[in-house]
Design a protein around this ligand. Sequence first.
Ligand code: GYE
Length: 329
Amino acid sequence: MNKKMIAALGCGALAASMMTMTAMAGEDVITVGYAQVGHESDWRTANTQNYQDVFSAENGFDLQLVDCDNDNAAQLEAVRNFISQQLDYIIIAPIQSAGWDTVLQEAQDAGIPVIIADREIEADASLYDAWVGTNTTNEGITAGNWLAETLDGAEANILTIEGSVGASATLGRTDGFAQVAADHSEWTLLDSQSGDFTQAGGQEVMESFIKSYEGQFNVVICQNDNEAYGAMDAMDAAGITYGVDGDVILISFDATHDGLQYTLDGKINCNVECNPIQAETVKGVIEKMQAGEEFETTTLVEDQAFVAPGITSEYATTMTDEVLAGRAY
Ligand code: GYE
């Protein structure tokens, strides 16, 4: 293309024709669709950023990332759109764990490999090619084990702010914690409501819990950090103290940077990590598929747990400034 031709083209047309030139140069750009859950939490923002960094043009990818705004129907539509564009690979972080059979069959019929990421789905493993994510049931078990260790037989009256209804992260954390609670007759699960993994949701649920159970609870479990921020605001407003020096033990999940800052400050007693940095692993799977090599069909991203200074635990690392400094997201 000569200078005159470039000058004659508008910006969009120029971009399009540059893309065609790249494709014609035989640089084998791999097209990838990522049906992302939404932007409900800091965890999610970190996960989105990680995919954008890793599936970059420099790395040879053309990434279409669709923010599905926590809307299950929109997510199914996004995947169908990827199929109709005949993208090379489809990645899905499933909002809901159920209801995937039909669309996965459609992707398979179109010959497009599908990788399920972050969360789990209730579908036969033959309907997708690989899974990369975290074990949220284990995260719930860790939270339960830590609580048992710290209470050492004392009574617990527990309120839980769950994540989004029907999400595997919610189901796993709830189930894991319940497995430990089943061995503790001195624990009472007072109530459990969804805060939709958002700060506003966490605050709203905590405000309503305070109306119903003020003076009756000594443990609050938030299934992610953003819900914990909302719950803290609600407890502050009601004059309820929490954390290592407070009346209420506060447990959170995700261990994002700000969540760990609150843990270091002693406001969150225990924060169970869930690692959002998963894109490099997914890229590794895609590269093996692309090369026709054998690939991991299941890859677990490891998590740990953190506790506030002054607490030592066999299940968690005690927070320090250095730990916080090492947390980029
Ligand atoms: O804990 C929460 C996010 O699916 C593990 O989704 C993820 C969860 C994470 O919105 O913050």
